[in-house]
Design a protein around this ligand. Structure first.
Ligand code: GTR
Length: 420
């Protein structure tokens, strides 16, 4: 016990000793890999040429950062376990869908909370994303059941890593269901820890442990999936369940996420091309922020604080981001030609707002290949101003959070790209 306490203290100390830069003038020069140059050094100028290059980037991103999802995973069918015809004061139909992620009698499964606009004339576009503190925290309706599984300590109202009634509605600013439904979109969310609890041992009782050949004794190879890959795969299963609902237009489902779940949304969006639009809210390091740019959280720091998020090989770059074969601009470019929106917050220096913007800017030439506009210029726009074509961006005043102000931009962006 004492040894464990000492070890925790040492880890915490070493984490804080990791150098961090938050001064723009102190960002050293860095070089990004060329997005549009093929193996023979020739410039790629066609959509066909990009298709091959995208496959290369995807393999690199998978092998060096998030890790590969095992092939041939099996699971049972999704079931609607509850339907409330008059939710949100009569504006919505609420459904809870149980989405199994594994096969067998007691599968790892996700409780997907869905709000569908009630008066829709036909199948509607939808947003889907994972939440941090449980569906009961995202919802304002008090009859949404408390999430029973593991809760992060940071979740308000969590006691001993379990939800309590005090948590109800505490994440509702991040999930303005009523506003989204009023705008004509369905919205679906699930607790990320339904898929895997967010701590280094969480995989043992979650999806990764359930399907690993050695179960909880499995030793991950350097390119095998980390937690972000597992969460992302879970998002694709949520997509499957939504796509089965006749009220939802499966060709217009956007994936959204904040922070670590923004990283997750991007990886889900590029792994699964069925997502029609991707929103990464303040996704930071390991998300939209450039890793080679030394500002805010670094690869070393994120791998130290959260050793379970990425694949083992990502740690090879702890002290060598210059050797990382890709960077976040390649990650963002892999969404193309689908629309992607990057949201930053002014006080969220940890996530490196400028690095988040620059990945969208450097991904923009890929959009241009498709005849689409990306971001307009290399310099970030003024605060609270949304810019861009198929790559959208804003930097909101305020702190690290997903808020109604962010959603207003995301809904406008979705209106531009998903409305018929
Ligand atoms: C931080 C982490 C970030 C970000 C954030 C979050 O502690 O350093 O990468 O993901 O957590 O998810 O809120």
């Amino acid at each position: 016990m004492l040894a464990a306490v000492c070890l925790a203290a040492v880890t915490a100390m070493s984490k804080d000793a990791i150098p961090i830069n938050e001064v723009e003038a102190n960002v050293p020069p860095y070089t990004l890999p060329e997005l549009l140059v093929d193996a023979k050094g020739r410039r790629i100028t066609t959509v066909g040429g990009w298709a091959g290059k995208r496959k290369e980037w995807m393999s690199l991103i998978e092998a060096h950062e998030y890790g590969a999802v095992p092939a041939g995973l099996h699971r049972g069918p999704a079931t609607v376990v509850e339907m409330k015809p008059d939710a949100l004061g009569g504006k919505a139909v609420r459904k809870r869908i149980r989405v199994p992620l594994t096969a067998g009698p007691d599968p790892v499964s996700v409780d997907l909370l869905v709000y569908l606009p009630k008066d829709a004339k036909g199948p509607v576009p939808a947003f889907v994303g994972l939440n941090f503190a449980g569906n009961h925290a995202a919802a304002t309706e008090t009859d949404v059941p408390l999430t029973r599984g593991w809760m992060p300590k940071s979740a308000k109202g969590a006691v001993d890593n379990r939800a309590t009634d005090a948590a109800r509605g505490t994440e509702s600013e991040a999930w303005p269901f009523e506003k989204i439904v009023e705008r004509g979109y369905a919205v679906a969310t699930a607790h990320y820890a339904d898929i895997e609890a967010d701590h280094p041992e969480g995989w043992k009782t979650g999806l990764r442990g359930a399907v690993a050949p050695g179960g909880a004794n499995h030793v991950f190879a350097p390119g095998e999936w980390g937690a972000i890959s597992a969460w992302s795969w879970g998002l694709s299963r949520c997509f499957d369940a939504l796509a089965e609902d006749a009220a939802v237009d499966a060709s217009r489902i956007a994936v959204i996420g904040h922070s670590r779940l923004g990283k997750t949304a991007i990886w889900a969006g590029i792994r699964d091309p069925r997502f029609a639009l991707v929103v990464a809210n303040q996704s930071g390091e390991g998300g939209a922020a450039l890793s080679k740019r030394f500002f805010g959280e670094t690869v070393l720091r994120i791998n130290t604080s959260f050793p379970h998020w990425f694949c083992g090989r990502f740690k090879d770059y702890n002290h060598a981001t210059d050797k990382l074969p890709h960077d976040a601009h390649a990650v963002i470019a892999c969404v193309a030609p689908r629309p992607v929106y990057i949201g930053s917050a002014e006080e969220d220096r940890w996530a490196d707002p400028k690095g988040e913007y620059l990945s969208g800017w450097h991904a923009s030439p890929v959009y241009a290949l498709f005849g689409l506009k990306g971001l307009p210029q290399e310099a970030q726009p003024p605060v609270n101003t949304s810019v861009g074509g198929h790559v959208g961006y804003h930097i909101r005043t305020g702190k690290h959070d997903l808020t109604g102000r962010d959603w207003a931009h995301y809904l406008d962006f979705a209106d531009r790209h998903l409305r018929r």
